[in-house]
Design a protein. Structure first.
Length: 376
């Protein structure tokens, strides 16, 4: 998720917050930030090593990437004897076999370095293929067959942010058939993995919080009415893409905290939207994208926000069944003039500046992984 929501929708959503339960709150705009009901729990951590996508129809230029320096930074970020999942994003269906081969090479390199891998499998059809779900299912099977034998590949997100309908470069909701592609893609991927005894693989989808409350509620309601038992059996997680202070809320009000906003976002998903989708508590929430920029904040503010968000994920892990956390992302697309590339926010969410120097948040995230990782 690398795009700005409509200002009017965000202002309306802010104004409409009130206490509510899922049954009495049709658009999930009520208050869900209750105190955690269980003790903190440990998480499996990860990061997106790729650059941010650009809002709109196509990808804009970014500061050149250096794979060797990326790998060196990832080695330094991962504490000894800890888990770090690399979330490889933007595997487009439209890229076909060439895209699969490229991602296989990247996953193999990461596996040799001792990292686990999660693949973002985008619907993103080529011209004329939107809505061709038979071809889409065939492609999903090819992806599972390509990555399934690699024991370091642990998960795939099938489609991305289908509730977002205005940014085809970053999200799949503007393409015809996207909601059915999500359901059928997860069912197909799970069935293929089971057939080959790749039971470690988990398949889920991502939800971008909160662009349009009415649209979000309709999206989950569609999953509830069209995704049957096979879909719910196949569903391994629901991914929450969440950017407090940049998307929702668009700014942090005086006295507000990132901890509070995390509790609200997780509560909205678990207690209101998931029930609309008939998604049971046993299906975990993964924080698949979470970021705060330095382009509009100080380095210290970003590091403090990261600390609050990670500790909130741990605090609410038992209450909301949160098992995984991914920071977005490793390196800035452009640190010096973020408004010229991928937007004024997402281009500077990295733990590294675009010249690969470290921000304070790099050391903060490493320390938190060491303290809160599932193996710690």
């Amino acid at each position: 998720m690398k795009h700005a929501a409509a200002v009017g929708v965000l202002i309306c959503a802010l104004a409409c917050v009130q206490s509510a339960s899922a049954g009495s709150d049709p658009y999930c705009t009520g208050s869900y930030a209750a105190a955690p009901r269980t003790a903190p729990a440990k998480l499996r951590f990860g990061i997106d090593p790729g650059l941010a996508g650009s809002a709109g129809p196509e990808q804009l230029p970014a500061a050149p990437d250096d794979p060797k320096r990326d790998l060196a930074a990832l080695r330094a970020l991962k504490p000894a004897y800890r888990v770090l999942v690399l979330r490889l994003n933007r595997l487009f269906w439209s890229d076909g076999a060439a895209g699969i081969a490229k991602f296989k090479r990247a996953a193999a390199t990461d596996a040799r370095e001792g990292f686990d891998v999660e693949i973002q499998v985008r619907y993103h059809p080529s011209s004329g293929n939107a809505g061709n779900l038979k071809a889409w299912r065939r492609y999903v099977k090819q992806v599972v067959d390509a990555f399934g034998p690699d024991s370091h590949v642990v998960a795939m997100t099938i489609t991305n942010e289908v509730n977002v309908t205005f940014s085809p470069n970053t999200s799949d909701g503007s393409y015809s058939g996207a909601r059915d592609a999500l359901i059928e893609g997860i069912e197909t991927a799970h069935a293929e993995a089971i057939a080959h005894h790749w039971g470690r693989l988990r398949f889920g989808f991502t939800y971008a919080y909160r662009f349009n409350p009415r649209q979000d509620a309709a999206f989950f309601s569609y999953l509830g009415s069209h995704g049957g038992r096979a879909f719910r059996r196949a569903l391994g997680f629901v991914g929450l893409d969440f950017y407090p202070g940049t998307i929702y809320p668009p700014t942090m009000s005086p006295g507000d905290t990132y901890t509070h906003e995390f509790a609200q976002a997780a509560g909205v998903l678990r207690d209101c939207l998931a029930p609309k989708g008939r998604i049971p508590l046993r299906v975990p929430i993964w924080i698949t994208e979470n970021g705060v920029p330095t382009g509009s904040n100080s380095d210290a503010t970003q590091a403090s926000a990261l600390e609050q968000l990670v500790r909130a994920a741990s605090a609410y892990a038992g209450t909301d069944n949160i098992t995984d956390y991914r920071w977005f992302n490793l390196r800035d697309s452009n640190s010096t003039s973020p408004a010229t590339l991928v937007g004024p926010t997402f281009s500077s969410d990295g733990l590294l500046r675009s010249d690969y120097t470290r921000k304070p948040s790099f050391a903060a995230y490493r320390r938190l992984i060491a303290a809160l990782d599932v193996r710690g």
